[in-house]
Write a protein of this length. Structure first.
Length: 232
């Protein structure tokens, strides 16, 4: 049953990509106004494919403005992940960046004892030491591709963006169950030392332990796909 649902999910993603074609995160600056203000994003790794297929698998699902009254846009959230043009991003403002950094550290490429420690976010000496790793995180992330399902609405932890994000992660996660479309042995997420990342096969830790997709999920996905503007 879950395999059928996952196939349905990827069929819906194909529909989304007719309206917002898959693009590398590194091209975000060039998109300018050709990007929705609000929505749910789906990331793909060019080295990660679905089981027995050449089709890329989704490696992260995310959204933005989960707090009431937040004015943050999806482009601003993606910019936090991508980092600035000098590549020196701020991993303490992006859990995604932080996790990628842990993967690079645990592969033995870097030694960073204070990585992810929030109290160090204004410590100039620590930030200086972290610059090279921040650059490598940016390089990795800019090579990932993404698409967006446009979903407008007020900011809230219970809005439809949060609903789609939560259920998409729950569906795709392999955490504590038989793996469908498992991560490859060389996937960077396996080196994070974060159990939920390693075993879910996603750069997500929230919602990966949910085992049931809510009944209206696919209908709600289709509703927003049909309603979505064309961003080609």
């Amino acid at each position: 049953m879950r395999k059928i649902e996952i196939n349905t999910f990827y069929t819906l993603l194909t529909q989304i990509e007719t309206k917002f074609p898959r693009r590398p995160l590194g091209d975000l600056l060039e998109l300018k106004h050709k990007i929705p203000q609000q929505g749910v994003y789906f990331f793909f790794d060019q080295n990660e494919t679905r089981e027995n297929s050449s089709e890329l698998r989704v490696v992260r699902v995310g959204t933005h403005a989960a707090q009431s009254n937040s004015k943050a846009t999806i482009k601003q959230r993606l910019e936090q992940h991508k980092g600035p043009e000098n590549l020196i991003g701020r991993h303490r403002a992006s859990v995604f960046r932080q996790l990628v950094g842990f993967g690079l550290i645990n592969m033995g490429n870097f030694q960073q004892e204070r990585w992810g420690v929030r109290e160090e976010k204004y410590n100039k000496s620590v930030l200086t030491i972290e610059k090279e790793l921040e650059k490598e995180v940016s390089i990795y992330l800019r090579d990932l591709f993404f698409t967006i399902l446009e979903i407008e609405g007020e900011s809230s932890k219970d809005n439809d963006r949060a609903y789609i994000e939560r259920n998409s992660i729950a569906l795709l996660s392999n955490y504590n169950r038989s793996a469908i479309d498992p991560s490859s042995e060389n996937w960077l997420g396996r080196f994070t030392a974060k159990d939920k990342i390693i075993n879910s096969g996603l750069w997500n830790s929230n919602y990966v332990d949910i085992t049931n997709v809510e009944a209206k999920y696919f209908n709600k996905m289709q509703h927003y796909i049909d309603k979505m503007n064309n961003w080609c």
